[in-house]
Design a protein around this ligand. Sequence first.
Ligand code: CO
Length: 283
Amino acid sequence: MFRRRQRIQYKTSEQIRQMRAAGLVVAEVHQAMRESAGPGVSTAELDRIAEKVIRDCGATPSFKGYDIGFGPYPASICSSVNEQVVHAIPSKDAVLKDGDLLSVDVGAIVDGWHGDAAITIEIGTVAPELTALREACEASMWAGIEAAASAKRLGGISHAIEQSVERSGAEHGREYGIVTGFGGHGIGTEMHQDPHILNYGRPGEGPKLRPGMALAIEPMITLGSDETAELADGWTIVTEDGSVAAHVEHTIALLEDGVWVLTAPDGGVERLGDAAASAARAL
Ligand code: CO
């Protein structure tokens, strides 16, 4: 079978250090989002706060003006509530309410280098199955990040995410949907680079994992269908069956001696232990 040659941008350790600066800005925005999101707050207000944090850090919001051919994205975050999976545009009419599950996705650029990460936040008190869904999504992201430290090929990451989602589902007597239409991506001097990273797959597949790769790992899972639809605004992706979705994301870098989670304040050290790169430990 023919496969397009992957155009992967391999970074030097100095360049990865620059990406860490962007990652820390994103982490700071996440902290602000956790502190600000709650019942009665609109997603437009969250966007305003996020943009201020990004600019106060001397960084540039990467989503604002991003154009995939249908016109520029108008905001600095994507704020996807409940059945919205990703890419929902903040709005003053989208007022959060108790029980909502919110994904906030943020991208920032520092000196030309990108950071991109998302968190899922519970608004007030959510139904137990939504907490389980959020936890399953987070666990699968970390399973993928851990696999990045040891897997030979990209498929090892995808496979680890898929297996983790299945395991979490089984623990709750459920089968979560793993969204098929979207996935993670390479990242560097652009937000979206090769390779595309499916959230399911087989260990032997895909390009070889090598030091210098920077990857955005972003599982999207649902309480129901793995199929999605796009709303008329040209951006918002919703589950096709209206079931609630969760989405989390970290930007990571592969170094000679391990993984550096660039968008985690602690570099991923606590979660990864020995699999964390020494550079992550040093800062
Ligand atoms: Co991303």
